[in-house]
Design a protein around this ligand. Structure first.
Ligand code: 13P
Length: 253
């Protein structure tokens, strides 16, 4: 059975005390929900708070991840954070290829391929983001675009390496807009991603991969979205910044 995940991407929000409080509260309240063994909650705070969040979370099913890492192990890259650094902090995950990183920091499929390799080589699991802009959906090129994002950055990996990758489909037009993809739109893309994985890696690998939906996922729409056959959880932005709304989403996992 494939793993179900709700991951919170805190983006560039919270100060140190707030991060600590939020992580501790999520951890504490998660103890009150019976969370099956195959479910996982991932918290991805800003880099300066990674260790604080790790220490504040005692629930065994909470993992912690970074929002980005560099493709090189070390060197003269002022301001960057490397995968070995994250590993040395005991981090479990790193988000790669978020649309905001693609748009504002010029990340492309080539650099994301290198980042993915480096993260995996350093023992991190990768939450790999893909997703189209509104113009691409309107031009009906969204499937091609997403397939290219995945094949160019991930499909050099072996099936074994791919086990440490979670795919997150985040249509850019749904991020932070309150305009979520319909459950049918999410399912249609997730099913096509799984079909692509099947063609490349075979049925077993495709069926085992976790594919998350992201983009204005909230407590009121999580049940319908997570209820889709090929949706295995969510990557949450705004609603991950408050205990109630984040737990309200986890309840539907
Ligand atoms: P929102 O949930 O705020 O739309 O953000 C989604 C996202 O970008 C998660 O990575």
């Amino acid at each position: 059975m494939r793993k179900k995940i709700v991951a919170g991407n805190w983006k560039m929000n919270k100060n140190w005390a707030e991060a600590q409080q939020l992580a501790a509260a999520i951890s504490e309240q998660l103890h009150t929900l019976a969370v099956d063994q195959n479910k996982e909650v991932v918290l991805c705070p800003p880099s300066p708070f990674l260790l604080t969040v790790k220490k504040a979370t005692t629930h065994p099913q909470i993992k912690v991840g970074a929002q980005n890492c560099h493709q090189k192990d070390s060197g003269a890259f002022t301001g960057e954070v490397s995968a070995p650094m994250l590993q040395s902090l005991g981090m479990d995950y790193v988000i790669l290829g978020h649309s905001e990183r693609r748009a504002y920091f010029a990340e492309d499929n080539t650099s994301l391929k290198e980042k993915t390799d480096n993260a995996l080589n350093n023992g991190l699991k990768v939450i790999f983001c893909c997703g189209e802009q509104l113009e691409q959906r309107e031009a009906s090129t969204h499937f091609d675009l997403v397939h290219r994002q995945l094949s160019e950055a991930l499909f050099h990996l072996t099936a074994e390496q791919l086990q440490a990758v979670v795919i997150a489909y985040e249509p850019v037009w749904a991020i932070g807009t309150g305009k979520t993809a319909s459950p049918e739109q999410a399912e249609e893309m997730h099913a096509s991603i799984r079909q692509l994985l099947k063609e490349k890696y075979g049925e077993k690998t495709a069926e085992e991969m976790t594919i998350l939906y992201g983009g204005s996922c909230k407590p009121h729409n999580a049940e319908a979205i997570f209820g889709q056959k090929n949706v295995d959880g969510g990557l949450i932005g705004g609603a991950a910044l408050k205990v109630d709304s984040f737990l309200g989403i986890i309840e539907h996992l």
